[in-house]
Design a protein around this ligand. Structure first.
Ligand code: CO8
Length: 373
């Protein structure tokens, strides 16, 4: 069996950022309008008024201070409360493919790769813009890559599942170089009128180049081990799908967007992921103290604090478990890859770390890596 390594990563960040202050002001204006339109029913006690969101709550509960989005004006307009991303004709590259290509170009450049060196493209993300043709095939065509391409979706764990899938192709010999991209337009499926979750997500695209060790450039990352886990849960759901066109309430209904029982997710996912990491460490003959850094899924700063404590045996410093939540918010599958991309330049040969993601499904993935010279 061949060895699979990570040769490089790429990141594309949207140009527009929304601060908590801006987001909360628009939510509160929307809530005031909603209450005003229903003041008789609220006064008679028939319905509860919407209460204001708060910047302090968001920062304390999640660690998020701002997020990047594809479209700022639509999200912040109290009469719209959603991104306005114009549809494109079939002749033009689609939005998801375009941002994936932006991230992919950086990954290819950093590895010194030409498109013809790559054998396969995997597009792994929480939601795809369309059913078919696969976003990955459009990315493949835009970059001029041969071989094959396909989409996969494991919600927030899509990137680690994508890395293992790519690594398995390399290990088995069916590809020598696999480009795995994560275009995440989370604002498109976030309900900006839901006070409990309107602040959670942001948009971004990341790319990871997984290659056969002997072909990879110097300074690559050995993949010491990958592990995936799923366990069904209704606590994070999005019911949007092709059967919804018959739904009487229409495709804009709240359950056709992101919806979660955030508290339950927090309580159930933290032990699941910490146990999974520790078991995988055991299998690899490693200990938490052997890891220089954890690049954890970026959903919630408090979750990451608890998980890293259970793995390292002490509360992780910002150096041991860096966060990008403050500026990017939760970018679904891309979060741990952004953290890895932005916080790995200081690693020297032999340093080990863990890329770990978790989310809807439930799903979780661990990828242990070691820097080479
Ligand atoms: N402003 C002020 N107060 C608020 C707000 C707000 N915006 N929201 C809630 N509150 C209030 C509540 O009403 C509640 O008040 P009370 O105690 O009086 O009832 C109080 O604050 C506490 O509320 P919660 O219990 O909900 O707050 P938590 O401390 O649990 O924090 C979090 C909420 C941040 C959501 C937290 O529970 C959390 O982070 N949970 C885990 C989330 C997570 O990891 N989810 C995974 C999602 S990722 C995934 O896999 C999906 C991928 C799909 C991508 C989708 C893209 C859109």
């Amino acid at each position: 069996m061949k060895n699979a390594v990570i040769s490089s990563t790429g990141l594309w960040t949207p140009p527009h950022s929304i601060s908590n202050e801006e987001l909360v002001a628009s939510y509160n204006a929307w809530a005031d309008n909603w209450n005003r339109e229903r003041d008789a029913d609220i006064a008679s006690g028939l319905i509860e008024p919407k209460t204001h969101s708060s910047v302090e709550f968001i920062e304390k509960a999640s660690g998020i201070k701002s997020r990047y989005v594809m479209n700022k004006t639509g999200v912040l307009d109290p009469d719209i409360m959603a991104p306005r991303i114009p549809e494109r004709p079939n002749e033009q590259i689609s939005v998801m493919a375009e941002i994936a290509v932006n991230a992919a170009r950086e990954a290819l450049e950093r590895a010194g790769r030409k498109p013809e060196d790559v054998d396969a493209v995997i597009c792994a993300a929480s939601n795809m813009q369309r059913a078919y043709p696969a976003m990955a095939i459009e990315v493949q065509q835009a970059l001029g890559i041969g071989g094959f391409a396909f989409d996969m979706n494991v919600a927030c764990s899509s990137a680690t599942f994508g890395i293992q899938t790519a690594a398995d192709f390399v290990r088995s010999g069916s590809a020598r170089s696999v480009l795995m991209v994560n275009p995440e337009i989370c604002s498109g499926h976030l309900n900006f009128t839901d006070r409990d979750s309107h602040f959670i997500f942001g948009d971004v695209a990341t790319a990871v180049l997984v290659e056969e060790e002997s072909f990879a450039p110097a300074g690559h990352w050995k993949i010491l081990g990958t592990k995936l886990k799923t366990e069904f849960s209704n606590n994070i759901r999005n019911n949007f799908g092709f059967l919804n066109r018959a739904a009487p309430e229409g495709i804009g209904a709240p359950d056709k967007l992101f919806k979660q029982e955030g508290r339950k997710v927090f309580k159930e996912v933290v032990p699941m992921v910490a146990t999974m990491i520790n078991e995988h460490l055991d299998e690899l003959g490693l200990q938490g103290t052997d890891l220089r850094r954890l690049w954890l899924h970026q959903a919630n700063a408090n979750m990451n604090r608890l998980i890293s404590t259970k793995v390292l045996g002490h509360e992780a410093s910002a150096d041991e478990s860096p966060t990008v939540l403050d500026t990017y918010a939760n970018t679904s599958s891309a979060g741990s890859i952004i953290a890895f991309h932005k916080h790995s330049e200081d690693f020297v040969s032999g340093d080990k770390g863990l890329i770990c993601s978790f989310g809807a499904g439930y799903s979780a993935g661990t990828v242990f890596v070691e820097k080479t010279a």
